[in-house]
Design a protein. Structure first.
Length: 159
């Protein structure tokens, strides 16, 4: 079997994230296939089409996938960068998750909102919705800025 575009399975097609054009998607983002749908100061939204790789043995989205969306959107919510071509980074210090319902098809939307913090640490609340706007999971996260991330202008992206 060749790796030409016509022979790739749809979920293995090349993947980019237009809102993160200044950097390549991480291997994990390519595997999960979430996209940054909206990004502004103190708020981020991710979208992810549910694929077979996201389902557990019961045929519903695995809790680890939901936790990933909560964690990821939380980090983005606190790291919007005001300078095009630069970026800000953060690491997760803690994440609480609560699973409220199930999803097995369609698109998930994760919304994160920065709620407070200081110079080095920030807190976020996050929610994941299915494509009927049913709340699937909620979370709260605490993050620490990576070096240079404390400044809203960020640091240059190194390729």
């Amino acid at each position: 079997m060749s790796n030409s575009p016509s022979s790739l399975h749809p979920e293995d097609e090349p993947f980019t994230d237009p809102l993160l054009a200044s950097e390549d998607p991480s291997g994990f983002q390519r595997t999960m296939r979430y996209r940054l749908a909206e990004w502004e100061p103190d708020r981020a939204v991710l979208a992810m089409e549910i694929l077979p790789r996201h389902l557990n043995r019961a045929g519903v989205v695995h809790g680890g996938v939901l936790a990933t969306l909560l964690d990821t959107v939380g980090g983005f919510a606190g790291t919007y960068c005001t300078v095009p071509g630069n970026k800000r980074g953060a690491v997760t210090l803690s994440l609480t998750t609560t699973f409220l319902s199930q999803a097995s098809s369609g698109t998930l939307r994760a919304v994160g909102k920065r709620r407070g913090g200081g110079r080095k640490i920030f807190m976020v609340t996050c929610e994941v919705f299915d494509d009927q706007d049913k709340l699937v999971a909620i979370g709260e996260g605490t993050y620490r800025y990576r070096s240079g991330g404390e400044d809203p202008s960020g640091v240059p992206v190194i390729r």
